[in-house]
Design a binder for this molecule. Structure first.
Ligand code: AMP
Ligand code: ZN
Ligand code: FE
Ligand code: FE
Length: 278
């Protein structure tokens, strides 16, 4: 099966709502032939995803979405590997997950100060794996502080909002290097989250490319034509592969597996990205 490609998706191993096998089945049913599972700071969903993919003729790409510490805005890198569980990064991922707990405690503290407190236990109970802001948002909904997850982000949790605490983790240079040492390659996820204007984004991407970044997400369902053109130009200027994906989290969300915008992500993007490894 060839089908379409989707190089960014989440499962219950992080903050998605479908178990890995269910995600792969949904993707396969939608004609996705190549799927990367990219849970936040964990590889725990990959074995079950690989098994399901094998049975359905889907090519599973072993991925992870890494939290990266930057002084302003937020940065995620999606790392891709051509085999399972590179042991070199397991200790690092464990630290990233511990940093997520600390950050969640800080966010919960701020919510308390803001009069919309939730119990940390209620947040952790919602997370099978690494805890994240979506779990906090759901706890806020359950406590009656907001009507839905999106309102929790818009009012409290989104980047720059009153209860926001920046992501902890290693910086970009170390993160890119660790992925490369483990035999993988990284792509810059949702470049807009860096919250930089055109020239500054250009300099930032140039620096990342010089440090070994392999790709940049161009194909995402929320990217309209102008944004795509801007990111594609950056890819061309700095020799990066244009990647992307649906960033599917849950069925109430805006995108389904395989939604990468129009035109869709080229099916050979992952092979071109993996081929950039030195
Ligand atoms: P975290 O890993 O804790 O920083 O949370 C990141 C996740 O929160 C993303 O993968 C999205 O699912 C969600 N998220 C981040 N910002 C927003 C936003 N402004 N609105 C809705 N969801 C968001
Ligand atoms: Zn997520
Ligand atoms: Fe992300
Ligand atoms: Fe994501």
């Amino acid at each position: 099966m060839v089908g379409t490609a989707d190089l960014h998706s989440h499962t219950t191993a992080s903050d998605g709502s479908l178990a890995p096998a269910a995600l792969v089945a949904l993707a396969a049913g939608r004609g996705v032939g190549t799927l990367a599972v990219t849970d936040h700071d964990t590889l725990a969903g990959l074995p079950a995803a690989a098994e399901a993919a094998g049975g359905l003729g889907v090519r599973l790409v072993f991925g992870v979405e890494l939290s990266v510490r930057i002084p302003h805005g937020s940065m995620h890198l999606v790392g891709y590997f051509d085999r399972m569980a590179p042991p070199a990064i397991l200790g690092w991922l464990e630290e990233l997950r511990a940093g997520r707990v600390t950050r969640a405690e800080q966010i919960v503290g701020r919510l308390g100060d803001l009069g919309v407190g939730v119990e940390m236990d209620a947040v952790l109970a919602r997370a099978d794996g690494p805890v994240g802001r979506p779990h906090i948002a759901d706890a806020m909904v359950a406590a009656g502080h907001v009507g839905d997850r999106q309102a929790a982000f818009d009012r409290y949790l989104g980047d720059g909002r009153p209860a926001w605490v920046p992501t902890q983790g290693l910086g970009p240079t170390e993160s890119i290097a660790l992925v490369a040492e483990a035999g993988g390659v990284s792509s810059l996820a949702h470049p807009a989250s860096l919250r930089l204007d055109g020239p500054r984004l250009g300099s930032a991407v140039q620096r990342l490319a010089a440090r070994g970044l392999g790709g940049i997400e161009v194909y995402r369902p929320e990217h309209h034509a102008e944004r795509r053109r801007a990111y594609r130009r950056l890819a061309e200027r700095f020799g990066l592969v244009a990647t992307g994906g649906s960033d599917f989290h849950h069925l109430d969300g805006p995108a389904r597996p395989g939604d990468t915008g129009d035109p869709p992500l080229p099916a050979d993007a992952i092979d071109r990205l993996l081929a950039t490894r030195g």
